[in-house]
Design a protein around this ligand. Structure first.
Ligand code: T68
Length: 812
């Protein structure tokens, strides 16, 4: 198939000369400039357009192949995507990296210089947003017909800097120079309603007419999502809010009331203005619910539009469509689909409900009760009056089902209701998500088990078959090949080919090299070179990294207590045989999360005290890398020796940084939490530094009653560490951190302190035996192939989506 031939277009060339011709043509015709007067931005955009053209071509063939086969589609609904920088990835995926490097010389710039201008779209907070990006990558790589839907926030996750050691935030105006990767699709815009009231429809007891109080437009644009080693190019479609024509008040403008004239349009556009910078916390703001509904309403109408191009019969909708909800954020799509089917397409309720339930699936990403979304009923009533009516009806029918199964169990009915009646009445989005879907999954074995046994236990009793596990995974292309080219080359050489890039289990081929002295030597050399590139400190020191969002459950404070203890140990014995360490932290704290920000501040204060101490500084260095994002992760991960995964067991749903680090040969020190358990099972107990309570013990301890002071009184080193904070040894900073640990210590930091320190001693013993460490590191990589997002996608495809790949034909 060659679509270009059909319309008389020439085929794009693959040689460096041909690429250069197209690059110059992009510069001249599409940037309107010449080599002599091109700015760095012109050079960058010309290159982007030239690469994009090559993918656009594959995209056209993909769309044609998909529509011709009328397959079952996967629609991934996510409020967040952390796609990472696009240029380097798209050079790799389009196979044009080498010719591009050659071709750009004509612009008098190196490829690396141009790549530096490629800003990452930070349209997400953390793991959940990055997972969405890894999954769409793997869906394309596995030839699954899929579209990712999201919001095109004007401002992404805030930029973090340190001011006097404290976190400061600045807005992330990521696309202020435009985003050349994006294709606008104004023809597919949608109209979204808010507020207003509902009216009965004559002759129908069920249908209603919604008379809105606000009308907003959703304008889509898309980014290309190429598969690796295949022709498929899928898309992520992002919606941006716009005022409708009616939102501009010309009469007010004419009367000189300029601000009032545009006020409605401004209100509309605020919907996609900014990403909420909150990770794993609940926040009940109206604008957030508006964002969620905006995403779902636009996306569902688009999905239906696409369905109706090829299909006439609603009976086929659930066969042709699966919509995966990335956490509860897009759960409002469930009542919205009901509304569309019942009110607009006039299906009867039971049929609409059967279609809806079979169409959706829900992935849960948390266990923290405070992170389970709920919305006040009165807010729903005002913002989405029709949806509230539909939710009430769904709930009534659902609770009847519960009553039939468990007659008289009123307590159970109260617990399971979609409407929470404790205090202010609230809509429980997780309950709605379980009731309205065919499958519910957690993101690691332990997480899925705890979901079934704790937060969603009643639902698992009712529908045991609905609950599944799909362990997360990460992209081996982005997080090994692109992030760590040295290691990738060595792996390819060791295994004999680069088939591991799409079949990560092939990393097992490294196992036989774990004892090979010359291979080990080269493995070490790669790590060392990566550390020199990172330039965080002495490349021969143990590089100990903790990179993730700041949250008390993740326990950066535990790592910090270890650092403070090392500081005291070294001061007490300056001539001891200390293992030099560079402890690197990176991560953002939600701007309103004061406890997390205090920990950041204390880390920097401790770091400054150590740096100024001539006795300790030769052995210990604390680095805080500002503005952690995908791009920075790609620099830090390849340089890490030790991966800190030290959350309180039972709190981290999965973690994915743990997987990225293990794949890059870092050894893990961790608790039995999230996917750490599965990492340990695969790399082997001997190659993993385990410590701390397990989830069961932690829960028991909380029930029995926990008194942190007892641990403080019993452990002299712990006491010294906390006392030194309290006495102001670190520039007077950190009182509130120590007080919260001694007062209630929500996440049992002091309980796990001693076992963590002992485990760190084992780390040092292993590190001193260079050959042993290297062997462990190689085995970590060799046995981490399971953690590919390609495997995750295959699991979803087989067990939840039941979709088959569609092969896109190559060019003739
Ligand atoms: C993370 N969740 C989990 N949430 O914490 C992590 N939350 O264990 C898991 O590996 C990852 O999801 C992928 O499954 C998040 O990242 C958020 O970012 C978030 C954002 C808004 C509201 C609530």
């Amino acid at each position: 198939m060659d679509l270009r031939q059909g319309i008389g277009l020439r085929r794009l060339g693959t040689t460096a000369d041909e690429f250069q011709q197209d690059l110059l043509s992009s510069l001249y015709y599409r940037r309107g400039t010449t080599v002599e007067s091109a700015s760095p931005r012109d050079a960058y955009e010309a290159l982007v357009l030239t690469v994009r053209d090559r993918l656009a071509d594959r995209r056209a063939r993909t769309a044609a192949a998909h529509f011709a086969s009328n397959p079952r589609w996967v629609y991934y609904l996510s409020a967040e995507y952390l796609l990472g920088a696009q240029l380097e990835q798209n050079l790799l995926y389009s196979g044009t990296g080498e010719v591009a490097a050659e071709a750009v010389k004509v612009l008098g710039r190196s490829l690396e210089e141009i790549e530096d201008l490629d800003v990452e779209p930070g349209l997400g907070n953390g793991g959940l947003g990055r997972l969405a990006a890894c999954l769409v990558d793997s869906m394309a790589t596995r030839d699954i017909p899929a579209v990712g839907y999201g919001i095109r926030y004007d401002f992404g996750i805030f930029r973090q800097s340190l001011e006097g050691g404290a976190q400061a935030e600045r807005p992330d105006d990521w696309a202020f120079q435009g985003n050349p990767w994006e294709f606008p699709a104004p023809d597919d815009r949608q109209v979204v309603h808010f507020y207003g009231h509902t009216e009965p429809v004559a002759g129908s007891p069920i249908r209603k007419r919604w008379v809105p109080g606000e009308i907003v437009l959703g304008e889509p644009s898309h980014m290309l999502v190429p598969g690796y080693g295949t022709e498929t190019v899928n898309i992520v479609r992002l919606w941006r809010a716009r005022g409708s024509e009616a939102s501009f008040d010309l009469s007010r403008f004419s009367a000189g009331q300029y601000a009032e004239a545009v006020q409605e349009a401004v209100r509309a556009e605020n919907i996609s203005k900014v990403l909420y910078p909150d990770d794993s916390t609940e926040l009940g703001r109206e604008l957030r619910l508006k964002q969620q509904y905006f995403l779902c309403s636009c996306s569902l109408r688009d999905i239906i539009r696409r369905f109706r191009i090829r299909n006439q019969n609603w009976d086929d909708f659930a066969e042709k469509t699966v919509i995966q909800l990335n956490d509860t954020h897009p759960t409002i799509a469930i009542p919205e689909l009901m509304r569309l089917l019942v009110d607009e397409y006039e299906l009867d309720w039971d049929k609409a409900w059967s279609i809806t339930r079979r169409t959706f699936a829900y992935t849960c990403h948390t266990l923290l009760p405070e992170a389970l979304e709920t919305w006040p009923v009165h807010l729903f009533e005002r913002l989405l009056p029709r949806h509230l009516e539909i939710i009430y009806l769904i709930n009534m029918l659902f609770l009847r089902e519960v009553e039939d199964r468990f007659p008289g169990d009123t307590d159970r009915i109260r617990r399971m209701s979609i409407i929470g009646e404790e205090g202010e009445r609230r809509v429980r989005m997780a309950h709605l998500a379980v009731v309205g879907t065919e499958a519910v999954n957690g993101v690691a074995e332990l997480h899925s088990k705890l979901l079934r046994e704790t937060v969603l236990q009643d639902f698992a009793d009712l529908w045991p078959a609905k609950f599944q596990n799909v362990t997360n995974g990460v992209s081996p292309r982005r997080f090994v090949k692109l992030a760590n080219p040295r290691l990738s080359d060595l792996i390819t050489e060791g295994i004999g080919d680069d088939g591991w890039l799409t079949d990560l289990d092939k990393l097992a081929g490294l196992e036989r090299l774990a004892g090979d002295a010359s291979f080990a030597e080269r493995w070490r050399a790669v790590k060392r070179a990566n550390k020199i590139d990172l330039a965080a400190g002495d490349p021969d020191a143990l590089t100990d990294v903790m990179i993730k969002r700041f949250h008390e459950y993740k326990r950066q404070q535990l790592k910090l207590l270890h650092v403070i203890t090392m500081y005291h140990r070294i001061r007490a014995n300056p001539t001891g045989d200390w293992v030099p360490r560079v402890v690197l932290f990176a991560g953002k704290a939600a701007p309103a999360y004061h406890a997390a920000k205090s920990i950041i501040r204390l880390i920097n204060a401790v770091g400054a005290t150590i740096a100024a101490d001539p006795v300790v500084a030769p052995y210990l260095k604390v680095v805080f890398a500002e503005n952690y994002n995908v791009t920075l992760a790609e620099r830090i991960i390849p340089a890490a020796d030790l991966s800190e995964q030290i959350s309180l067991a039972g709190k981290e749903a999965s973690g994915t940084g743990n997987m990225k680090l293990a794949l890059n040969g870092a050894l893990t020190i961790g608790t039995l939490d999230g996917a750490n358990i599965e990492i340990r099972a695969r790399v082997g107990e001997d190659n993993f530094f385990l410590f701390g309570l397990d989830a069961f013990e932690a829960a028991e301890m909380r029930i029995r009653g926990y008194h942190p002071r007892e641990f403080y009184d019993r452990d002299a080193e712990l006491k010294t560490a906390l006392d030194s904070i309290m006495s102001g040894a670190f520039g007077g900073v950190g009182h509130e951190v120590a007080e919260s640990l001694l007062g209630w210590d929500e996440y049992l930091t002091l309980v796990d302190y001693r076992s963590y320190l002992e485990s760190q001693d084992e780390v040092e013993a292993a590190w001193r035996d260079r050959d042993r460490w290297t062997r462990m590191s190689i085995l970590n990589t060799a046995h981490s192939g399971f953690f590919s997002a390609d495997r995750t996608v295959s699991d979803y495809a087989a067990r939840i989506w039941r979709v088959a790949p569609v092969t896109v034909p190559r060019e003739d």
